[in-house]
Design a protein around this ligand. Structure first.
Ligand SMILES: *Cc1c(COP(=O)(O)O)cnc(C)c1O
Length: 393
């Protein structure tokens, strides 16, 4: 039962934006283009798996859209992150700086390489890595030796920084790049959520030496399951392609492999779905931004609630719409989630901070007060492209 007036009003306001349906998912895919046609083509021709034209086509179209030299399509975003971190040189015992406020895959991918996730705090204005706090922290704990960064406390090398663009909102990349420069760190972006999001007019994922995107079923476009490694570095792209396709030396009939590779290649049938989805992406973004505008307007007069918006330097894809519950609301987060979900408005809190998960609770970390505060304040509300006008057009 909701008896708080404000809570009721908030639920009503959100309902006004949404179509009158019994249940509205947080995010569902839309297949309103040539998805069926391209997938059928795979089935009709028999090319559903590791050979076929759609993988090359998807990689090429995606590279054009993003404005990057090379794209390597893989089975999911986690695999993309794994390979990106591996080929950038994350080795046994290297520390990888990353937000604690991210999906668990960011940390897992570092561990797959033998690396150690080292958790960094986020900024309230972007929900992404805090460059200023990171820089101060590195002054305290890091030292440069032989042109490499080391953690004075653990003795381990700090190799990489992984900013993540939360819910599609770009992190403040320029000052982060300055921190990387000063501390001899490599940037690898977890751009899993930010296809179609730009920082200072340049696509997210193009600032890191190599970056990862996801096409999971809940992302802005989907290939069923899928991901991509993106980079401007031809050698890294060639290596990524080789490693993700079992490191087989091209030959018409012989099976010779020259490394321990991975079977991470995106199947043709998934790439076919991706090609059709990519054609729709500009439209999806337009509608998602429109939905965000409507939420913002509807919630304008409710005190204690902030609809999270893009920064002046960003253009966000508004993948998942985000509310920040301020002082007067904060303590009622779970009550609000319950009220929304019971009204058929599927909503959820942000991820449990990674430094509080059982397998990462002893990992190195800085003061994470903003992460801990925000993790209690953030909820996501329905964000599917198809909701933009209260119709399913
Ligand atoms: C979705 C996501 C991933 C992983 O992508 P999958 O395709 O689900 O493996 C990684 N990082 C973040 C931040 C994500 O949101």
């Amino acid at each position: 039962m909701i008896n708080d007036e404000k809570l009721t009003l908030l639920v009503e306001k959100i309902k006004e934006v949404l179509p009158k349906k019994e249940s509205i998912p947080l995010h569902e895919p839309s297949f309103i283009g040539d998805e069926w046609k391209y997938v059928k083509d795979c089935i009709d021709t028999g090319w559903v798996s590791s050979v076929g034209k759609y993988v090359d086509l998807f990689e090429k179209k995606l590279a054009d859209y993003i404005g990057v030299k090379r794209v390597v399509a893989v089975v999911n975003g986690t695999a993309a992150l794994h390979i990106a971190l591996k080929i950038i040189g994350v080795q046994e015992d290297d520390e990888v700086l990353m937000p604690s406020l991210t999906f668990v895959a960011t940390a897992n991918a570092a561990v797959y390489c033998g690396g150690v996730p080292h958790f960094v705090d986020v900024e309230e204005r972007t929900l992404g890595l805090d460059p200023y706090k990171l820089n101060e922290y590195l002054h305290e704990i890091a030292i440069i030796k032989n042109n490499q960064c080391y953690n004075k406390i653990t003795g381990r090398r700090i190799k990489v920084v992984v900013p993540m663009h939360t819910f599609g909102h770009p992190a403040d990349i320029d000052p982060l790049l300055e921190v990387c420069e000063r501390w001899k760190l490599i940037m690898v972006e977890d751009a899993a959520e930010s296809l179609g999001s730009f920082y200072k007019n340049k696509h997210t994922g193009t600032f890191g030496k190599i970056s990862a995107i996801s096409f999971n079923g809940n992302k802005i476009i989907t290939t069923g399951g899928g991901g991509a490694i993106i980079t401007d570095d031809e050698d890294l792209a060639d290596l990524a392609k080789h490693l993700t396709t079992t490191a087989k030396i091209p030959h018409s009939w012989e099976y010779v492999h020259d490394m321990v590779g991975y079977n991470y290649r995106m199947p043709n049938i998934n790439a076919a779905l991706g090609c059709a989805q990519l054609e729709q992406l500009p439209k999806f973004i337009k509608k998602k931004r429109e939905l965000a505008r409507k939420y913002k307007e509807a919630l304008r007069d409710i005190s204690g609630i902030r609809f999270f918006e893009e920064m002046h330097f960003s253009k966000s894809n508004y993948w998942l719409n985000t509310l920040i519950l301020e002082k007067s609301f904060e303590l009622k987060r779970d009550e609000l989630l319950k009220a929304l979900n019971e009204s058929g408005i599927m909503s959820r809190p942000i991820w449990y901070p990674l430094h509080q998960l059982k397998m990462y609770k002893n990992n190195p970390k800085m003061d994470l007060s903003m992460t801990e505060k925000l993790s209690q304040q953030i909820i996501n509300i329905p964000s599917s492209m198809g909701l933009w006008r209260g119709s399913n057009e």
